[in-house]
Design a protein around this ligand. Structure first.
Ligand code: ATP
Length: 953
């Protein structure tokens, strides 16, 4: 059999073979990676790098699930009974009821299936947006590709915070540490290096391999992919993962529970109705029994909103899609609900509140201060001292060292493409590259140094160092970092051509210089260096061995730079909006307290006299003290990632629902612990994105506030359709119940010429619920905002979707609907409470049926807000108007078309009937408008009263 290109060697073989052998067997250039064409061929041969999921549910199962609802089964049983009765009675004519009810069940199942698949498509589209990505070298250039497209032979380029996309043989590593808990359960990180294993060892000890599903917690490296998809070690245990079921959201649980409770209540009512008919009217023939049975069952089916969970998922999924279009990609439906309840947003500063467009504007050294002109990444701008050009001398020398060393201890890249300067890497570092180009000669000098070692930057250490060898052969350590931290490692300071001891006075002065820059909102970074002959060992090789943190001592302080990072213009209004909505904004940053406080004041997070609490102070606090602190402090500065976790916990202990942003790999635990973890889409690592509930595609704080608004809006919409469905369902149940009980008083019995007197027949009840009500209910799920959702405090996470007020509203509205429906029927009949009618019972019942349908449509407008008039934003929901128009047309059809008249037991109505029905139905609107007016007046009076008390005080 011909070999597949890049056929996967056994994973353990790869661990035991040296890197060159692995590259040869997988036919890949270990320096340039695969070619794009080769990668495509291999992808076709091996298939996507995915852990196969259980696959979709087969179609027949979905259909069964649609009709497997106990109430629908009850209905099917009732149809069977009615068919038997029809056969027993001689099978005359068509079993109309049975056929119609069956048709409605089918229609309902089809609608359910359509809704379900739309919701699924929406969720699948989101999954595509949040899928993991990997960096690879292909054709010698760095590419970021979806991890699903990795193939055996791909050259993975790993960095801190990356998710390892496939099993791979390590070929190069610098302090590479990987967290393998997901695979091995081992919680400490594992060091990886390319040295070939000499014997077979367990998974957790294979230091020359990295595995799919694990994460790089530190360092950098390269590795050749040896296995993808189900062939990976993760694939071997993936059968366990296959079965992950989407958890229902709390709201879905509540609604499911509600449905079941209502089911029980309504079945009780249905039984009472059936017994009442049987006792009061006396049921004689089997067909009468069947009619009563069908009525009872239909009532139960109709009154229980069994389709609710499906509509709920659809509304949530559509809302999530809307949010994604505005750059907030939510990963789980339940986060939408939580988002609407958020009461505090903890946010990073750099890049989220600010633009992350870093420009060095000032350099302060022992000999003075230099201003650097220009903004952005174009290296144009002049160095000046108090407005005059910077001249040669001690200051010039010191500034040259600061910018030269800062641009060498650096991993960013700066390049001009089509006249535009672009950066690659960390903007803070890129700022040094730009500034160095503004100072003549600096880059030329820097080019004489080769990098031979590195201790990477981390948010914990807040500094980084590199080792360099000059052309002449001398070795130096170059460091840059937060000035307060860096100065701890310095014992000397550079003044002009001299290096002098950093005594207490000079140290205090250097700190004060940095502090002064921070007070002006500058982000500050200090630079230091040290000749390091001891590193060389004299062999002149490409890398120095054993270069690590221990080399960061006795440094010579060179100076500090002030970087501006302007706030994003849209953030200030977003913070004001959040505060108005009862949401606190807390800034948690690694930056200097003075810088953080200045920016927090400018953005309106704290008042002019507000302060920032330094992270070091948190270390001295116990949990109790920290809880006291988080009540008042809204800016935490110079914090390390582990502080974030403690702050989240303290806020949660205060009963707050916490949304928390993060980007670095060490932020993942805090994001997981927060109620809503938010990862940065642009600057965030794959690990944080994985841990988060939501990813911000644009890294912008304002997007979080938009998302909260959407979350609240979605919840409001869900309440709207719950209110609507329950209003009209209650109307039907009460109509049938009261109609049966008061059949005599209302003149029904006298008009019915013997036989059963039912205010509605089974098919009519099903028609209302499954045909005319469905459209408006769906339209309600995408209703635009009527009440300002950001003008109220956040909803408690455990607050019920249907509270007591709503239940009372449902009872009252239901009663009004029942009364107007029954009175309309009575009006057209002789006798009863309203005398003077002359119609037959069939005509009166059709008028009642129509009134009930129309009242339902009016109710839709009532249900859009619990407090605002139905006329507010009356025309903003075109879906609702479309659904109402369709329902009216369908109602006209069911009343006027002879075949439908037979199917639904209706009789033709004339113009007067239609007008009376519409007029009577509108009563439900007016009653509700009066109630809302009452609320408005009461609120005004209360506000006036409070105002008067305020004035009196
Ligand atoms: P935030 O947490 O709001 O994103 P941040 O990005 O300022 O804030 P860190 O990245 O932890 O937080 O940076 C903390 C400090 O470390 C900075 O104030 C700066 O002095 C220093 N610093 C940041 N980036 C670098 C870097 N690449 N090299 C050296 N020092 C750096």
């Amino acid at each position: 059999m011909p070999a597949i290109p890049g056929a996967t060697p056994d994973a353990l073989d790869a661990a035991l073979a040296d890197p060159i052998e692995v590259a040869r067997r997988l036919d890949v250039d270990p320096e340039r990676g695969l070619t794009a064409a080769d990668a495509a061929t291999r992808l076709a041969a091996h298939g996507p790098n995915e852990l196969r999921s259980a696959g979709g549910t087969p179609f027949w199962r979905r259909v069964v699930a649609q009709v497997a609802d106990p109430l629908i089964l009850l209905l099917i049983a009732a149809i069977a009974v009615s068919l038997i009765a029809w056969l027993v009675e001689g099978a005359e004519g068509w079993p109309i009821d049975a056929i119609v009810i069956f048709g409605i069940i089918v229609l309902n199942a089809v609608l359910g299936l359509v809704q379900e698949s739309r919701a699924e498509r929406a969720v699948a589209a989101l999954a595509v947006m949040t899928r993991a990505r990997s960096t690879v070298l292909r054709d010698g250039t760095l590419r970021t590709v979806p991890s699903a497209e990795l193939v055996p032979g791909d050259l993975l380029v790993l960095a801190e915070g990356d998710q390892v996309g496939a099993d791979a043989r390590v070929v190069r590593a610098t302090s590479l540490q990987v967290a393998e808990a997901a695979l091995t359960g081992e919680s400490t990180t594992v060091e990886k290096h390319p040295e070939t294993l000499t014997e077979r060892v367990p998974l957790g000890d294979r230091h020359d391999m990295v595995f799919k599903g694990t994460a790089v917690s530190r360092g950098t490296g390269r590795a050749i992919v040896t296995a993808t998809g189900m062939s990976t070690e993760m694939g071997a245990i993936a059968t366990l993962l296959d079965e992950t079921v989407a958890e229902p959201t709390p709201l879905q649980v509540e609604v499911g529970h509600l449905g079941r409770t209502l089911g029980r209540i309504v079945i009780g009512i249905a039984i009472v109705v059936m017994l009442t008919v049987a006792l009061v009217q006396g049921v004689r023939t089997p067909s009468e029994w069947v009619t009563v049975l069908l009525l009872g069952v239909s009532l139960a089916v109709a009154a229980v909103p069994e389709g609710l969970p499906a509509i709920l998922s659809l509304v949530l999924a559509l809302g999530v899609q809307r949010m994604a279009r505005r750059n907030a990609v939510v990963k789980t439906l339940s986060s939408v609900e939580t988002l609407g309840s958020a009461s505090v947003i903890c946010t990073d500063k750099t890049g989220t509140l600010t633009t992350n467009q870093m420009t060095i504007q000032r350099i302060v050294t022992a000999s003075g201060t230099v201003d650097l002109g220009g903004v952005g990444y174009a290296p144009v701008g002049r160095a000046t001292v108090k407005g005059r050009p910077l001249e040669d001398g001690p200051l010039r020398t010191e500034v040259g060292i600061v910018l030269g060393a800062g641009s060498l201890a650096n991993d960013a890249q700066l390049a001009e493409r089509e006249g535009e300067w672009r950066i690659e890497g960390d903007p803070t570092e890129a700022a040094f590259l730009v500034a160095a180009r503004k100072l003549e000669g600096t880059t030329v000098e820097a080019a004489r140094y080769d990098r031979v070692g590195e201790v990477p930057f981390s948010s914990e250490r807040k500094m980084m160092s590199t080792a360099h060898r000059h052309e002449r052969g001398d070795l130096v350590v170059l460091s840059k970092g937060a000035p307060d931290v860096l100065l701890e490692h310095c014992t000397r300071i550079r003044i002009g051509p001299d290096i002098v001891p950093l005594d207490a006075v000079r140290r205090a002065r250097a700190l004060a210089d940095a502090e002064a820059l921070s007070e002006e909102a500058f982000r500050t970074i200090g630079v230091a260096y040290r000749p390091a002959p001891e590193l060389g060992g004299g062999d002149g090789g490409p890398d120095v061995t054993g270069f690590d943190e221990s080399a960061e001592h006795d440094l010579v302080y060179a100076g500090v730079v002030g970087i501006i990072d302007p706030p994003r213009p849209e953030v200030r209004p977003a913070i004001a909006e959040a505060r108005a909505a009862g949401i606190r904004v807390v800034m948690i940053t690694g930056d200097h307290p003075a810088t953080a406080a200045r920016i927090a004041r400018d953005l309106g997070i704290i008042d002019e006299d507000g302060i920032a609490l330094p992270g070091a102070r948190l270390d001295g606090m116990d949990d109790r003290q920290l809880r006291d602190a988080v009540r008042t402090v809204s800016v935490f500065a110079r914090v390390a990632p582990q502080h974030k976790l403690r702050i989240v916990d303290a806020l949660q202990a205060e009963g707050l629902i916490v949304a928390m942003t993060g980007d670095g790999v060490n932020d993942a635990p805090a994001l997981k612990s927060a109620d809503i973890g938010i990862a940065m889409g642009i600057t965030g690592t794959e690990v944080t994105k994985e841990a988060a509930n939501m990813v911000l595609a644009d890294d912008d704080f304002a997007t979080i506030v938009h998302a909260v608004r959407e979350g609240r809006g979605i919840f409001d919409d869900i309440r709207k359709f719950l209110r609507y469905l329950l209003y009209s369902n209650m109307g039907e149940v009460l109509t049938v119940f009261l109609g049966v009980v008061f059949a005599g008083a209302l003149g029904f019995t006298a008009a019915s010429e013997g036989g059963l007197v039912l205010p509605l027949v089974a098919t009519q009840i099903l028609w209302i619920n499954l045909v005319t009500d469905s459209g408006p209910a769906l339209a309600m799920g995408v209703d635009p905002e009527i009440d300002d959702v950001m003008a109220r405090p956040p909803r408690g996470l455990h607050d019920r979707a249907i509270d007591l007020g709503m239940w009372i509203g449902i009872g009252v509205t239901g009663l009004v609907i029942a009364v107007i429906t029954l009175l309309t029927m009575d009006m057209f009949l002789p006798g009863g409470i309203v005398p003077g009618g002359t119609d037959t019972f069939d005509v009166a019942r059709t008028a009642g049926f129509t009134t009930l349908v129309f009242a339902g449509l009016f109710t839709a407008f009532n249900a859009r807000s619990a407090t605002s008039s139905a006329f507010r934003g009356l025309f903003t929901n075109r879906w609702l108007w479309g659904a109402v128009a369709l329902a009216v047309v369908l109602q006209v059809a069911v009343v006027s078309l002879p075949p439908l008249q037979v199917a639904f037991g209706t009789a033709p109505l004339d113009g007067v009937h239609w007008l009376v029905c519409a007029g009577m139905a509108s009563v439900v609107l007016w009653v509700e408008e009066l109630r809302k007016l009452g609320i408005l007046l009461a609120t005004r009076r209360r506000a006036d009263g409070a105002g008067a008390r305020f004035r009196a005080a």
